[in-house]
Design a protein around this ligand. Sequence first.
Ligand code: BES
Ligand code: ZN
Ligand code: MN
Length: 503
Amino acid sequence: MTSFILRSASPAKTKVDAVVVGVLAGEDGVSLADGAQDVASAYGRKLRPLLASLSIKGSLGETTRIPTAGAINAPVLVLVGLGRTPSTADLRRAAGAAARAVPNAATVALALPTPGAAEVRAVTEGWLLGGYRFTAYQRDTATPTDGPGEVVVLTPAARKQEVVDALARAEVVAQSVADCRTWVNTPPGDLTPPLFAEAVQAATAPLAKGRGKVLTVTVHDEVALAEMGCGGILGVGQGSDAPPRLVEITYAPKGLAKDAPHLALVGKGITFDSGGLTIKPATSMHEMKSDMAGAAAVVQATLAIARLGLPLKVSTFVPMAENMVSGNATRPGDVLRLYGGTTVEILNTDAEGRLVLGDALGRAVEVSPDLVVDVATLTGHMVLALGTQVAGVLGTEETVAQVLAAAEAAGEAMWPMPIPEEMKQRITSSKVADLAQHDWVRWGGGLFAAAFLREFTGGLPWAHLDIAGPAFASGGPSGHVTSGGTGFAVATLVNLADALVAS
Ligand code: BES
Ligand code: ZN
Ligand code: MN
């Protein structure tokens, strides 16, 4: 466990294993960023030639370690590039890259440009998330995995209450993002729907019992799902030996005002997506262990909101199923009856997310929330449209705008996408059921999926986040985003809850 301390002290005099400073790129060479003045003056005129001979460019996330040989109190100086005019999001990325540059330091001081609460939050989140590693399935390695025991965040605003609060909040959010990543990274055989439901129960347990109880958790098993009429979750899950689940969580803090906002969250929890009979190609099928990233995000966001004690009500719905091939798997041509009675003709068993979400959205609207937000690794179409870093946001106008604003503040890239009128015709094109789950027109498949989901939102304010691209990073780490599960959307959802409380 890393503990964070705020201090307004000189980075040159701070006794730690490593000091991190920012490097700005500029017209006439690089310079040290705000927060590093004392380090710059300790080096004096030697600094410029040193930076030049190391060919440091100051590009965002570039890291260089130099032994200080007594120039400052710490033995190692870490230079991290900030680009030309760093935004708060850039600071988060840079801090993340810096965390990986000194995996062995026991104590670190961050002397980055952190004039206020937003920057302290970004640097803390960035550091914690950039240093995240998933080692549960590896032999013990020589490097410690827990990061430094102590991180000193140097800031002139160390004594301001809002900065103290920002740090505490950043630690809570980063913990939830990290735990979300771990669930996504866990091998799918070890996180089947029953095991995932148990993991959610274990994670929520401390807040779901005793005097401090703020969470209520219900796990519906396959028998309960049949009684409830959740034909989507059951249909998708019926090809797997591991039965499906629906987990429902309510967060209601003590003494909540009657008119407090009520947010409903829904997350796609396909613990593995083989595609079913409409089977996927082999090459990247293993990455479909990440098809429960939406579920992991909404649960972890709910946990963070609860740990922060935010004054609103949150109702969270997590349908969990494994989409597999077997003699009992759903066939193309089958008709499922979703929660509430809508019938759906299956035309592609790989379009399974919308089926489990249809049931869960149907449950969500019944608790009469002020707004519903669903998060899902829903379509490859959205990845084609927006790439792997950006999520698509679709839904009702105001809710989409609220989500985009929350994402901006969280440093998560999201972009609005439309649900054009033609989609209504396409989703009602089945000759045998109320809705067609799919058509074989490729164009606009991500918008079709959102139009399908909209049928289950009961006309409530709603946003759908298609995180198929950014939920999982196939390549190496970049900034605070590490390889594998990214924890995408957790920070945005916490910000959204915050914004709802403030408005
Ligand atoms: N889980 C996938 C979507 C996905 C694709 C997530 C790539 C992450 C990366 C989803 O269940 C799926 O298979 N969608 C189909 C929908 C199609 C059949 C309409 C797809 O995108 O091809
Ligand atoms: Zn899927
Ligand atoms: Mn699929």
